[in-house]
Design a protein around this ligand. Structure first.
Ligand code: SF4
Length: 277
C-alpha cells in the first residue's frame, strides 16, 4: 500500500524541524567543539551564546560566515518540536531546571527515532518495496510507539537494538531498489578512501555508498540515480550537475553540506540550499 502525496507531505512536515515549536533544544542539549564546523566549544546542556530569548538563532542568516557551518547542516527530523510539545506537553525547560537535564537527554534519543522514521517512510513510499511493505509498516508503528512513551521510558529504550532491526529493512530496501541496475557492485568501493576523490562524471547509478566518506570529493556531473546514500558524508563535496533523482536515503542535511548548482538534480522532497547560488 503506497502513501498518498498528501500523506507524504504530512509525514515530511512531521519529520522536519519546526523551530517555532521547539525550545531551542539542539542549541542547548547538544555539545559542539571548536573546529571547521563550529567557532566555539560548548558543553551539552549549556545554551549556545547565539541563542536568543525567543529561542531563535541570532546569527541564523550568517551561520556559515560566522563559523557555525555545523548548525547549517544539522537536522533534528522534527524531534525538537516532538519533545517540546508532545513529550513535555509544552513545558519549557527554562521554567523547570529539574526537568531540563532529563529533556536534554531525551532529545538525542528522539532525534534518532525520528531519523529512523524518516528513512522507513521513504522506504515505504518506494514502488520497489511492495514485498516488504508489511514489515515496513510494522517497524513504523513500533518506532512511532517508542516516540510516544514517557520521558523516563524513552531514556530506557535500547536504541542500538531498535536501530539494528530497522537497518535490516533499510538494507533490504537498498537491495530491492538497486537490483535492476547492472554492474552496480563494481562501480565503486564505498570503503575505499574517497576523501577528496576525483569522481567527475562517474557512473555511480545503483552503487552502494552507505556511510561513504565523500568529504571534498568532486562528484560533479555524476549519475547517482538509485544510489544508496544513507549516512554518506558530503561535506564540501562538489555535486554541481550531479543527478541525484531517485537516489535513496539522501537527507536535507547531506545536501546542505555539499556544494551544488542550478544543474544539480535533487529528489523532489529536498530543496536547494541558500548557499549554492
Ligand atoms: S549558532 Fe545558532 S543554530 Fe547554532 S547552536 Fe547557536 S543558536 Fe543554535
Amino acid at each position: 500500500m503506497s502513501q498518498s502525496l498528501t500523506d507524504m507531505d504530512n509525514i515530511q512536515n512531521k519529520l522536519s524541524a519546526d523551530c517555532e515549536n521547539c525550545f531551542g533544544l539542539c542549541c542547548v542539549a547538544l555539545p559542539y567543539a571548536k573546529s571547521a564546523d563550529f567557532a566555539l566549544n560548548k558543553d551539552g546542556g549549556t545554551p549556545c551564546p547565539n541563542l536568543q530569548s525567543d529561542y531563535r538563532c541570532g546569527i541564523h542568516k550568517d551561520l556559515r560566515e560566522k563559523g557555525f557551518r555545523g548548525c547549517a547542516v544539522y537536522e533534528c527530523f522534527g524531534a525538537g518540536q516532538k519533545v517540546s510539545q508532545v513529550t513535555y506537553d509544552g513545558n519549557d525547560w527554562r521554567n523547570d531546571k529539574a526537568l531540563a537535564k532529563e529533556m536534554f537527554n531525551v532529545f538525542p534519543i528522539m532525534q534518532q527515532l525520528h531519523e529512523m522514521l524518516y528513512f522507513l517512510y521513504e522506504a515505504l513510499h518506494l514502488e520497489h518495496t511492495d514485498s516488504i511493505h508489511e514489515d515496513l509498516q510494522i517497524a513504523i508503528e513500533e518506532t512511532e510507539n517508542l516516540t510516544n512513551l514517557s520521558p523516563k521510558s524513552i531514556l530506557d529504550i535500547n536504541v542500538s537494538e531498535h536501530r539494528a532491526s530497522v537497518n535490516t529493512l533499510l538494507l533490504q530496501t537498498s537491495e530491492l531498489v538497486r537490483a535492476t541496475i547492472p554492474n552496480k557492485e563494481t562501480k565503486i568501493d564505498r570503503k575505499s578512501n574517497l576523501f577528496g576523490a576525483n569522481l567527475i562524471g562517474a557512473d555511480l547509478r545503483g552503487a552502494n555508498l552507505r556511510g561513504a566518506i565523500l568529504i571534498a570529493a568532486d562528484l560533479s556531473n555524476t549519475d547517482m540515480r538509485e544510489t544508496d546514500l544513507i549516512g554518506a558524508d558530503f561535506r564540501d563535496a562538489n555535486i554541481c550537475g550531479a543527478n541525484l533523482e531517485g537516489s535513496i536515503f539522501l537527507t536535507q542535511a547531506q545536501v546542505n553540506a555539499a556544494n551544488g548548482d542550478a544543474h544539480t538534480i535533487l529528489p523532489p522532497a529536498l530543496r536547494i540550499p541558500d548557499h549554492w547560488y
